[in-house]
Design a protein. Structure first.
Length: 304
């Protein structure tokens, strides 16, 4: 294949144009004076478009600590400070384990830092939409200390599902959003408004819906049941013990050795990305550049 040659207009006005030739993964530039410079295509791309943090003018919702890009989407990492929450928790005498007929009672439970990984799908020409793979975790330290290297903990909450077998395609601590995704948040919302609407709905769904035994019935277990079974701390050996410990010390949850995930925030984000498929390829050769042009044209057709 002959080299791809680009001719700059500025040089043409002087009689001898600037010439850029791309052959394989090498870019060679020749000035009107005959001076030659060469680099890899990857180095050129990083030079003219270095990685940077850019929210594209979107005002992020309160509590969002960072946004992590993944294939065809993003993870919005939300942190809630330690506090006492009032939950609708399944009553021991409930006639049904979940769904219609479930009986609840109010409980007040102290939580440590609550970390929610809200996964969004992104489609060209459309507002972001909440995916079905968002996850929830605990942390005894704020993310400000170690950033994405913070080692996260499993949340001792009903409705946060543990899938059996360690399937890498399944979330580690899944928030079921089956009913939430049927809400039909208006697709014509601007990007910022759509993100705020979906994230607000997700947090309300997680914290204000009834906590029942749905995870135990459908996915195998919840991280509340796993925490109790592991006997990590007498103060969370039952929801009743947790209530009493909360009354005695509303910040005790920061001392509990919650079940460790064995992974950092960055590693969990990478796991989510891997489950969604291959990352967008970097431009490293003339063929990569050609492929990117073709893909861009296909996306433009879809948005018409």
């Amino acid at each position: 294949m002959p080299p791809l040659k680009l001719i700059a207009d500025g040089g043409a006005a002087r009689g001898t144009p600037d010439t850029i030739a791309i052959t394989g993964d090498r870019v060679t530039a020749v000035s009107p004076e005959g001076e030659v410079r060469s680099s890899t295509l990857g180095e050129l791309i990083e030079r003219i478009a270095p990685p940077r943090i850019d929210t594209c003018g979107t005002v992020l919702p309160d509590g969002v600590k960072c946004v992590i890009p993944i294939p065809r989407g993003s993870i919005f990492v939300h942190q809630s400070a330690p506090r006492v929450h009032s939950f609708e928790w399944i009553d021991p005498s409930s006639p049904a384990p979940c769904g219609q007929g479930t009986r609840y009672r109010k409980v007040r439970l102290a939580l440590p830092y609550l970390i929610v990984l809200a996964v969004f799908d992104e489609v060209p020409g459309e507002a972001p939409r909440l995916a079905g793979s968002s996850e929830c975790f605990f942390s005894n330290r704020p993310l400000d200390h170690d950033g994405v290297e913070t080692r996260l903990l499993f949340p001792a909450l009903l409705n946060c599902s543990r899938f059996p077998g360690g399937d890498p395609s399944k979330p580690l601590s899944w928030i079921c959003v089956q009913h939430l995704r049927r809400m039909g948040i208006a697709g014509e919302l601007a990007t910022g408004a759509a993100i705020r609407a979906w994230l607000t709905a997700l947090l309300r769904h997680l914290l204000e819906s009834g906590f029942n035994l749905s995870s135990e019935q459908h996915e195998g277990s919840s991280w509340f049941s796993e925490t109790v079974a592991a006997g990590v701390d007498a103060r969370v050996s039952s929801v009743e013990a947790w209530e009493q410990a909360t009354v005695e010390d509303p910040l005790f949850a920061l001392e509990v050795p919650w079940l460790p995930t064995g992974r950092t925030l960055a590693q969990i984000a990478e796991r989510i990305a891997a489950a969604r498929g291959r990352r967008r390829a970097r431009l490293e050769s003339a063929r990569d550049l050609m492929r990117a042009v073709f893909q861009t044209q296909k996306s433009a057709r879809r948005t018409r």
